[in-house]
Design a binder for this molecule. Structure first.
Ligand SMILES: NC(=O)c1ccc[n+]([C@@H]2O[C@H](COP(=O)([O-])OP(=O)(O)OC[C@H]3O[C@@H](n4cnc5c(N)ncnc54)[C@H](OP(=O)(O)O)[C@@H]3O)[C@@H](O)[C@H]2O)c1
Length: 199
C-alpha cells in the first residue's frame, strides 16, 4: 500500500520510517522537496511536493501543524478526493483539537480516521514502555477501521477503536490528559494510557 506522509517532522518522519520498514511505499509530501534538509528522508521514502505525494498514494497521513490544515485543505481539496485520510494534527491554540470537521466538509468521498494524536512521537518510535506495548486509541469511519488497525499495528502499537468520527472528542480527551501529565505535571514524554481488561 502507498502512503503519503504530509509533513515530515517528528510525527511524519517517525511513522514514515516505520511504515517503510514494514514494507509500505512511503511518499513524503513537503513544501520544498528539493531542499537538502530533507535528504534524511530518502532512506525511507520518496520526497515529493505535497500534491504529487497525495496523488501517488491511497492513504494520506496529515502530520503538519494544526493551524496549517485550513490552508492545506483549500490547496489540496481536489487531490484528496477518495483518499483515506489519517488526521494526526492537534490544534494546540484552542478550538477543536482535531481537524476532522474541516476535512469532512471540504473533501469528497474520503474516509477519515483520527489517530496518532494522543501520545508523543517518542512512543511511536519505541512503542514499548517498561515491557508493555503502547495502546493507541483511535476513531473514524468504520469502513477504514481494518486498514487503520493494520497501519497502527505495523508501527508496533496496539490499536483500540473507540467508534466513528463522532468519538473524536473522546480521543482528544486522551490527548488533553497526556498534555496535562507531561506539560503541567512534569511527567516523562515516554508515557502512555493503557487499557487493562480482565480475561
Ligand atoms: N510532536 C508530537 O509528539 C506530536 C504527537 C501527536 C500529534 N502531533 C501533531 O502532529 C503534527 C505534527 O507535529 P510534529 O511534532 O511532527 O511537528 P514538526 O516536527 O514541527 O513537523 C511539522 C512538519 O510540518 C511541515 N509544515 C509546517 N507548516 C506547514 C504548512 N503550512 N504546510 C505544509 N507543511 C507544513 C513542516 O515542514 P517544513 O520542514 O517545511 O517546515 C514539518 O515537516 C502537529 O499537528 C502536532 O500537534 C505531534
Amino acid at each position: 500500500m502507498k502512503i503519503a506522509v504530509i509533513g515530515a517532522g517528528h510525527i511524519g518522519n517517525t511513522l514514515g520510517k516505520k511504515w517503510s520498514t514494514a514494507g509500505y511505499a512511503v511518499y513524503y509530501g513537503v513544501r520544498e522537496p528539493g531542499n537538502p534538509k530533507y535528504s534524511h528522508l530518502w532512506e525511507s521514502g520518496e520526497v515529493y511536493n505535497i500534491h504529487r505525494a497525495i496523488e501517488t498514494a491511497k492513504v494520506v497521513l496529515l502530520s503538519i501543524p494544526g493551524d496549517a490544515v485550513t490552508e492545506f485543505v483549500e490547496t489540496c481539496q481536489d487531490s484528496l478526493e477518495g483518499k483515506l485520510i489519517i488526521d494526526a494534527t492537534n490544534n494546540i491554540r484552542g478550538g477543536p483539537m482535531n481537524n476532522l470537521e474541516l476535512l469532512y466538509e471540504k473533501t469528497q468521498n474520503t474516509q477519515l480516521i483520527r489517530a496518532f494524536s494522543t501520545l508523543g512521537w517518542e512512543n511511536f518510535e519505541n512503542p514499548v514502555i517498561n515491557g508493555q506495548q503502547v495502546d493507541l486509541f483511535f476513531c473514524g469511519h468504520s469502513g477504514a477501521r481494518a486498514v487503520a488497525e493494520k497501519l497502527i499495528s505495523d508501527i508496533g502499537l496496539r490499536p483500540i477503536y473507540l467508534g466513528p468520527l463522532e468519538k473524536a472528542d473522546l480521543v482528544d480527551g486522551l490527548t488533553r490528559i497526556w498534555f496535562e501529565l507531561v506539560f503541567e505535571q512534569a511527567h516523562s514524554r515516554r508515557l502512555m494510557l493503557k487499557m487493562v481488561e480482565k480475561d
